[in-house]
Structure formats: C-alpha cells, structure tokens
Design a protein around this ligand. Structure first.
Ligand code: DSN
Length: 418
C-alpha cells in the first residue's frame, strides 16, 4: 500500500514545521526551559521506535519483539546512572510532571503533608499548586523566598518542616536563579524524618556538566526533564536510591503510565551520551557565564534582577525600575515582534496577576548551544531594552528585528535541514 503522503503530502503541517524552524533559527530563543536538540537526538525521536509497544521494563515486557527495545532502554538507564552517579533510574516518564506525580504516587499517600516552594516564588505547578493534582491530592505547605534577599530561607523552611512534619520535602524550582545547595534540605529532612525529593528539571544539564552541585548523593529521589539544559528530547526521568527503586518503577508503570515512548527513550540515551562528552562540561560552564554576562548587561540597561543576579542559566527580571507601566505580558508580546522569545514571569510578591506579571524570565541554554558568548549577551540586553523603550514605535521594533536576524545568521544552529 502506498503511504497517503506519496500522493497527497500534508503540505499544511509540513509547511508550518518549516515556518517554525525559520522562527527558531532567525530569532533569539531565551525561554529558560528550552534548548536546541542535536540532529542525532531528533533522528532518534523520529525513528521506527515510535511503532513499538513495550509496557514493562527491560527483560519484563508484556509484548513480544522487544529485544532491541530492551537493549536501548538498558543503555539509557546505564548512561543516566553513570552521568549522575545514581543507584537506579527510570527513563520512561513522559514529562517532568509525570515524573513528579509518579514519585508522589510511589512514595507517599493521598492526604500526606509535603513541603515545597510556592509557585509564585519560583516553584513548579507540580510542587503543590492548588490547580494541579499535586495540590489536590496531597497536603502541600509552601515556603517562600526571603523578603529582602529573594533567596531560599532555610530558617523558614526548617520552621515550617518542624511545624507541619511533612512526609516529603520537595526541593527544586522553575524560576529561581540561584544555586540550590542540597545539604541544607537533607539536614532538615533528616531532622523531621521526611523524604527528600529534588526536582532538577531546569538545572539537570548544569549538574551533568559540573556547573551546579549534584543533589543525587543527598536526595532520596531526583526528578528532571531531559529537554532543558540537558539538551535532550522532551521527556522526564527519575533517579532513586536502591531502597526506592521498586516503588518508583511500579508507580511509573503500571501506576501512572502505559506504553513507554521508546523513541523518546532512545533519544534520551543519545542525549545522555552527548552529555557525557568533555565538550558538554564547556557547554554547561558557558551557559552560566552567559547568564551572568546577560544579567549584568540587563542591570546596566536599568532593569532589576530578582535576588540581584544569577548563578545558573536563568534570571528573573523585575521590569518596574525600568518602566513602572510596563508589564511582563506586554514585554513578551512586543519582544516577540522583535524576534526575541522569552516569557512573562511573576516576581516574588508581584502586585500583578500571573497572566500580566511585573517580570520576565530569561535563560541562556539555547543561545549558548548556538555558540554565542559574553559579547553577544551585551547585544541581547541592548536589543531587549531598545525594543521595550520604543515599544510604541513599529519602525524601531522592526530595526531591532533585523539586527536580531543578522546576529542569529552568524550563529546558525542547524547547518543542514533538521
Ligand atoms: N514549563 C516549564 C518551565 O518553563 O519552566 C516547567 O515545566
């Protein structure tokens, strides 16, 4: 049988994919949770493995024909254990949210108390937001960043832990620009007899590349996404101590997922291989250097950095000192016109709603993959400031758009069709 595409290719969708490739390659991608994956990662993602059902785990599947899939998944598991120094790994979670829900399902009971960082202070939806299953099924109590330094306050976390006696403490963030030291979380968890889960979704690539402390030796369980700083396919992963291995595997399958996405598992294996190369260490270090340079340049342009700067791949920018009328929502929209993609973000204690916000979040993983370094970070800050200052002037915005395209043309991310 001929494929329908041989006579009637879906030009509508493929045309849009071409358009999206053009958008990604001609604009500045500054969303802190995004990256460009390698052609090899994309090839594995688009492979015949998408055809295969493989419920279960290597050597214990519910379907036949899984000898090759078993080898691939075993390689992915072995690589990620080596990369992070973990006892056990589950590479099947479809996403970070699936990974986190599997941990809760496997290690605590509905109604149990859990301590996590509040969403509006940099935590994640799955760390107990009332609109998410984590907050609906479990009794999450939230800590917040300090009022003056906007950093994690371990005295406050300890007080809350003593007061609420959580079964689990969730360390980890989604818009927090500072290093996350694992030891203080471990000490508090031990003091109150809680499990410690560390969500390193954002910083997994920094950890793998040695540019951020590794929480694996301290945490009972570590979750992450594979598509952010780690530069793999979209997906999730869980690392655990041997003591929790069986509970976690059961919670992923059959607890919360069916057939694993083995094309994504293969792509994760490829990404882990890439992250094991010496060049990945240079990449991780450069992400942080670039974020630091961009943060300094943004300050020089009149913006305020939440917590005063960054130690990681991201910064949260308070727009108010730059222009009290300017919102994150408006900034995101006008910067899109200039070919600069980032996201609106609440600042701690933001007077505006999450749909409007007084800040934006900026990250350097994608521009670092392109090969940009500190001099380009100064240009990016200038382009952002110029666009926002001239947001009522379409000609000025178009001028920035042309400069952004010219800059991106000097740093082509995909040299052949991807
Ligand atoms: N949506 C991701 C982020 O942008 O941080 C978190 O899941």
């Amino acid at each position: 049988m001929p494929w329908p595409s041989e006579t009637q290719r879906d030009t509508e969708v493929f045309g849009l994919i071409d358009k999206e490739r053009e958008r990604q390659c001609t604009g500045l991608q500054l969303i802190a949770s995004e990256n460009f994956t390698s052609p090899d990662v994309m090839e594995a993602t688009g492979s015949v493995l998408t055809n295969k059902y493989a419920e279960g785990y290597p050597g214990k599947r519910y379907y036949g024909g899984n000898a090759v899939v078993d080898d691939i998944e075993a390689i992915a598991i072995d690589r990620v254990k080596k990369l992070f120094g973990a006892d056990h790994a589950n590479v099947q979670p479809h996403s970070g949210a699936s990974a986190n829900m599997a941990v809760y399902l496997g290690l605590i009971k509905p109604g149990d108390t859990v301590l996590g960082l509040s969403l509006d202070h940099g935590g994640h939806l799955t760390h107990g937001s009332p609109v998410n299953a984590s907050g609906i099924l479990y009794n999450f109590q939230s800590f917040r960043v300090g009022a003056t330094d906007e950093r994690l306050d371990f005295d406050q976390i300890r007080e809350l832990a003593i007061k609420h006696k959580p079964k689990m403490i969730v360390a980890g963030t989604t818009s927090y620009p500072r290093r996350l030291e694992p030891q203080p979380f471990r000490a508090i968890a031990d003091e109150v007899g809680a499990l410690m889960m560390f969500d390193i979704a954002h910083i997994a690539g920094l950890v793998a590349g040695g540019a951020h402390p590794n929480p694996v030796p301290y945490a009972d369980v570590v979750t992450f996404t594979t598509h952010k700083t780690l530069r793999g396919p979209r997906g999730g992963c869980i690392l655990t101590t041997a003591a929790h291995a069986a509970a976690i595997d059961k919670a992923v399958f059959p607890g919360s997922q069916g057939g694993p996405l083995e094309h994504a598992v293969a792509a994760k294996a490829v990404a882990f291989h890439e992250a094991m190369q010496p060049s990945f260490k240079d990449y991780a270090q450069q992400i942080v250097k670039n974020a630091s340079a961009l943060a300094e340049a943004m300050s020089r342009q009149g913006f305020r950095l939440v917590s005063g700067g960054t130690d990681t791949h991201m910064m949260v920018v308070d727009l108010q000192p730059f222009d009290a009328e300017l919102t994150g929502k408006e900034s995101q929209l006008i910067l899109d016109e200039a070919g600069i993609t980032l996201n609106k973000n609440n600042i701690p204690n933001d007077p505006r709603s999450p749909f409007v916000t007084s800040g934006v979040r900026i990250g350097t993983p994608s521009v670092t993959t392109q090969g940009m370094k500190e001099p380009e970070m100064a240009l990016i800050a200038e382009y952002i400031a110029t666009t926002l200052r001239n947001r009522a002037n379409p000609a000025a915005v178009a001028e920035v758009r042309a400069k952004v395209a010219a800059l991106c043309a000097k740093f082509p991310v995909y040299t052949k069709r991807a």
